[in-house]
Design a protein around this ligand. Structure first.
Ligand code: OGA
Ligand code: NI
Length: 425
């Protein structure tokens, strides 16, 4: 379906009104009590609330961070397999992070996912709070920060956690309520040329925009393709399925790049779980004092990150220094999680990364995590550590993913690398 933007007259706007167009609800009309939990309230703080302020020894020092040069971009459409495998090897051993283009997740699917995500965070507080939970074991939940029950200082992030595999098991849990009315301004979507302001009414039939052209305001609207909850679920399902395939492609490349059979990793990981964190980082009044997400490594096998094409925020730690991974159009950012570090016997790195905030724009990211089956035994691949000597042993002891995940959530996010707890002594 190709949707064009249509200019409308005032009387047509009134017509739209009958289908649910309501005046903008200003953020300060939203119930104050909710602001204590979520931060995606639309309210612009002028100073950072105290519970987000990090001690001076633990602040992002943003002026010391420069963009990462030579950050690998890997073209998955390349027909030169051995070069591809070599690029993966270099990227995973040096950075633990890389970007992929020509990844075969369609643009339509990505745009749909981004719209649904933006729509979700633009809902009213009341609507969002119905999904709020700080219980990490809940498979579908909206939450904030990282682990609010454990942490001393909170993080400037809200996130929607969705489990995505098998889809049929979880899809009924995904948000579906007719969404209440709110305003969304710009953010992730590219606006049509000349559009200065974008008002987005999720529960309506239409996207409505105001356009400033030749010194005059015009209204324009477009059919809202995702007003129907089933349609939204369909979009997210499609996104999860396509991203899963991409993950498998990369897992094969990772196996080969370690000199293992192509299907080695997939076999070891068993029936892989998949979940998603839809992260929303509102503009932050004092980005120097806090994090969106503090430094952490991902506990899973592989992370596939869709990041806001227009707002920077992701940073990774290389040789003790923080670097910004700025968005590259149409690319996914891939990173090695703790399980691939273990399975590769430490050859590949699950690298520390963090998300920082900015004062200007909200930032959206969608992180998809592929995880070993709970019962999968994570055991470093023999060819990577076995030698002639009898005493040779892998760096990490064998464990099940269930054991690892429990340990991960019992800690604070920025403690030691969780794999340190699984060293072979
Ligand atoms: C994550 C993560 C980074 C980002 O969700 O684990 O690292 O840029 N996100 O949102
Ligand atoms: Ni992460």
């Amino acid at each position: 379906m190709h949707l064009d933007w249509i200019s409308v007259t005032d009387s047509m706007v009134m017509e739209i009104g009958r289908h649910g167009f309501r005046p903008t609800l200003k953020p300060y009309f939203q119930p104050i009590y909710m602001a204590a939990k979520l931060i995606s309230t639309g309210f612009r703080h002028t100073t950072l609330p105290e519970n987000y302020v990090r001690p001076p020894s633990d602040r992002p020092c943003l002026s010391d961070v420069s963009p990462l040069k030579d950050f690998p971009i890997i073209d998955l459409a390349s027909t030169d397999r051995s070069r591809l495998v070599q690029q993966i090897h270099q990227a995973c051993s040096r950075f633990g992070f890389f970007q992929v283009i020509n990844h075969r997740v369609s643009k339509e699917t990505i745009d749909g996912m981004v719209s649904v995500a933006n729509e979700f965070f633009s809902m009213s507080m009341e609507e969002k709070m119905k999904l709020y939970s700080d219980d990490p074991t809940k498979t579908t939940r909206l939450s904030t920060s990282f682990n609010v029950k454990k942490e001393a200082v909170n993080n400037w992030r809200d996130y929607l956690r969705l489990h995505c595999y098998p889809i049929s098991k979880y899809v009924h849990e995904w948000p579906s309520s007719p969404l209440s009315f709110n305003t969304y301004s710009s953010g992730f979507n590219k606006l049509p040329e000349g559009i200065e302001r974008f008002e987005y009414f999720p529960n309506c039939m239409w996207f409505v925009v105001r356009r400033y052209l030749n010194s005059d305001w015009f209204m324009a609207y477009r059919e809202n393709p995702i007003r129907n909850p089933e349609k939204r679920r369909e979009i997210v399902s499609r996104y999860s399925t396509e991203v899963r395939e991409l993950g498998f492609t990369i897992e094969e490349l990772i196996s080969e790049s370690l000199g293992l059979e192509k299907d080695h990793m997939r076999k070891v990981l068993g029936e892989q779980g998949q979940h998603m964190a839809v992260n929303y980082y509102p503009p932050c009044p004092e980005p120097e004092l806090t994090y969106g997400l503090p430094a952490h490594t991902d506990p899973n096998a592989l992370t596939i990150l869709l990041q806001d094409a227009t707002v920077c925020g992701l940073q990774i730690l290389i040789d003790g220094q923080w670097f910004a991974v700025n968005p590259c159009p149409d690319a996914f950012v891939i990173n090695i999680g703790d399980q691939f570090q273990a399975l590769s016997n430490g050859v590949y790195k699950s690298v520390w990364h963090r998300a920082v905030t900015n004062t200007e724009k909200p930032r959206l990211s969608v992180a998809s995590f592929l995880c070993p089956a709970d019962c999968a035994i994570i055991s470093p691949a023999k060819p990577l550590w076995e030698t002639e000597e009898d005493e040779a042993k892998p760096i990490y002891r064998d464990y099940t993913y269930a054991e690892y995940y429990k340990k991960f959530w019992s800690r604070n996010l920025d403690q030691e690398h969780c794999l340190e707890n699984f060293l072979n002594h």
